[in-house]
Design a protein around this ligand. Structure first.
Ligand code: GRF
Length: 221
């Protein structure tokens, strides 16, 4: 049996995406292993989730480093020491330095609760509702040196309803996040991901790779 892809998951908060990855691994759907979970927040619930599943969970205090680059150098050291091959940002509330990104070229994934390139950054649901878009969704992308700008691996679409609040929209999107993040990681675990410029090709996926997930009902003949 081929060795399992070694993941390093970086978290800052509640860790529901981390949980979806743990669950997919435990259910045998995702052929990977989480080598370490690291948080920049001491009491992040995500760390408890890892511990409950016997996954090494570390708090790395940003105050222990002089500046962003030194902090990222420490993260890289820990991740490399533990043989991490793919870095998973799962609600990690820091912008990675070039030093970090260049240490794992095309091997850092992030999940964002909107259909990028719409609504990058923070306060995403607020921005989507303010713009009154009809659809939003979730995006898994490879992390490059911009903020939420890297090549897109998978997206899932949800409708935006008239009476949505930030919370109701976030909840609808989160359900999709929990499906597409393990799927994206599994493609990496299978060695099926080829990156050509901005284009991410999943080898062996039939064209079109995705069925149309959501179409609005039309009322014209
Ligand atoms: C998610 O909404 C994700 O899209 C964003 O941060 C949030 C993390 O949630 N990047 P959780 O900690 O995984 O529950």
């Amino acid at each position: 049996m081929a060795p399992l892809l070694r993941l390093g998951v970086l978290v800052s908060g509640r860790g529901t995406n981390l949980q979806s990855i743990i669950d997919a691994i435990e259910q045998g759907k995702l052929k990977a292993t989480i080598a370490v979970v690291i948080s920049n927040v001491k009491d992040a619930p995500a760390l408890d989730r890892a511990t409950r599943h016997n996954i090494p969970a570390l708090f790395v205090d940003p105050k222990g480093s002089k500046g962003k680059e030194e902090y990222d150098r420490e993260l890289v050291r820990i991740l490399k020491e533990r043989g991490v091959e793919l870095v998973i940002l799962a609600g990690f509330m820091r912008i990675m330095t070039s030093l970090f990104i260049q240490s794992f070229p095309n091997r850092i994934l992030n999940i964002h609760p909107a259909l990028l390139p719409s609504f990058p950054g923070l306060k995403v649901q607020e921005a989507a509702l303010k713009h009154a878009v009809k659809f939003s969704g979730a995006t898994v992308h490879i992390v490059d040196e911009g903020v939420d700008t890297g090549p897109i691996v998978i997206q899932s679409v949800v409708p935006v309803l008239h009476d949505d609040t930030d919370e109701s929209l976030a909840e609808r999107i989160l359900k999709e996040e929990h499906k597409i993040y393990p799927q994206a990681i599994q493609w990496f675990a299978q060695g099926r991901v080829r990156v050509e410029g901005r284009k991410v090709i999943i080898e062996g996926s039939k064209e079109p790779a995705y069925p149309v997930l959501f179409n609005p009902p039309l009322e014209i003949e």
